[in-house]
Write a protein that binds this ligand. Structure first.
Ligand code: FMN
Length: 310
């Protein structure tokens, strides 16, 4: 007889039907994805970053393929919080899965203002804090690389979330990711997502110019997966295991095996980003794959696998 598998996960108090989400910036605001897959079956949906005012983003070219990955410098192009509330929240309200809104800004006050505008909306289970943005008040250094700033921004945004979950999205562009994770816990983070992209560069050798108009971009996709798995395991062991704080693991997930690796490393749930550009329905396939893995390994609940690497 086949093992009955429970794929549900409680993520910082939010009930998920399965542990597989979409990653921010790769599936718009859900309507873009619905032609390709059943968005109702997703474990969770994370929106593109939303900022206080609309943003055009960076000049083109702003994405380029690399070996086993891609580089992007979209520059947080988005419709801004007012249009997001008017046009997108009504769509997100219809989704049966947990919806997290990724918020971004140039100052701490920007982030607080976006969270305040959205905290009353029932469709939203929580916020993902994108701290990989340049902080204009600190000379353009990203918020997420300085532990003190990570604590400060988390502490400032938390009261603006109206009791909804605040998930801090960690950048891998640091020497020790456990230090920024600890700082976010001190600031009141309810959950983590990791990792965001690695700062990287591609050069056109004929033109002797960077391929991206922005010069640099963020590297994502399978190329970054083993580093992402390591970082999830480090944050799990050093910070979240004791504190019972869940991790949404991401970085190069393309297959069921990739997803299981992240869960064994310490993630309670996983998100798929770049792989959506190759196969937009892969998120739901990965969830089904996790069920089959559990069945064939006599695992009753996916929750048993979190952090189960020896
Ligand atoms: C085209 C593109 C746009 C992205 N936009 C955002 C964004 O707006 N906010 C954010 O926090 N992360 C953004 N990300 C990062 C992803 O959410 C994810 O953290 C990263 O790509 C690693 O996962 P992956 O290798 O599965 O893509 C973006 C990634 C890509 C490829």
């Amino acid at each position: 007889m086949e093992t009955e598998v429970d794929l549900s996960v409680e993520f910082a108090g939010v009930k998920l039907n399965n542990p597989v989400w979409t990653a921010s910036g790769t599936c718009g605001y859900a309507d873009e994805l619905s032609d390709f897959t059943d968005v109702g079956k997703l474990g969770g949906f994370t929106t593109k970053s939303v900022t206080i005012r609309p943003r055009q983003g960076n000049p083109v070219p702003r994405a380029v393929e690399t070996d086993s990955g891609m580089l992007n410098a979209i520059g947080l192009a988005n419709i801004g919080v007012d249009e997001f509330i008017a046009e997108k929240v009504p769509i997100l309200e219809k989704l049966p899965c947990a919806v997290f809104v990724n918020i971004a800004g140039e100052t701490i006050e920007d982030y607080v203002a976006v969270a305040r505008r959205l905290c009353e909306h029932k469709a939203i289970a929580g916020f993902e804090l994108n701290i990989s943005c340049p902080n204009v008040k600190h000379g353009g250094i990203t918020f997420g690389t300085e532990p003190e700033v990570v604590k400060e921004i988390t502490r400032a945004v938390k009261p603006a979330c109206g009791g909804k979950v605040l998930m801090v999205k960690l950048t891998p562009n640091v020497t020790d990711i456990a230090l920024t994770a600890k700082a976010a816990v001190e600031g009141g983070a309810d959950a983590f997502s990791l990792i965001n992209t690695f700062t990287a560069m591609v050069i056109d050798v004929e033109k002797r110019k960077p391929v991206l108009a922005n010069r640099t971009g963020g590297l994502s996709g399978p190329a970054i997966k083993p580093i992402a798995v390591y970082m999830v395991n480090r944050v799990y062991n050093e910070v979240t295991k004791g504190a019972q704080i869940p991790i949404l693991g991401m970085g190069g997930i393309r297959t069921t095996t990739d997803a299981i690796e992240f869960i064994l490393a310490g993630a309670s749930a996983v998100a798929v980003g770049t792989a959506n550009f190759i196969e937009p329905g892969c998120t739901n396939k990965i969830a089904e794959g996790i069920r089959k893995y559990c069945q064939s390994h006599q695992v009753n609940s996916v929750r048993e696998l979190t952090g189960a690497v020896e």
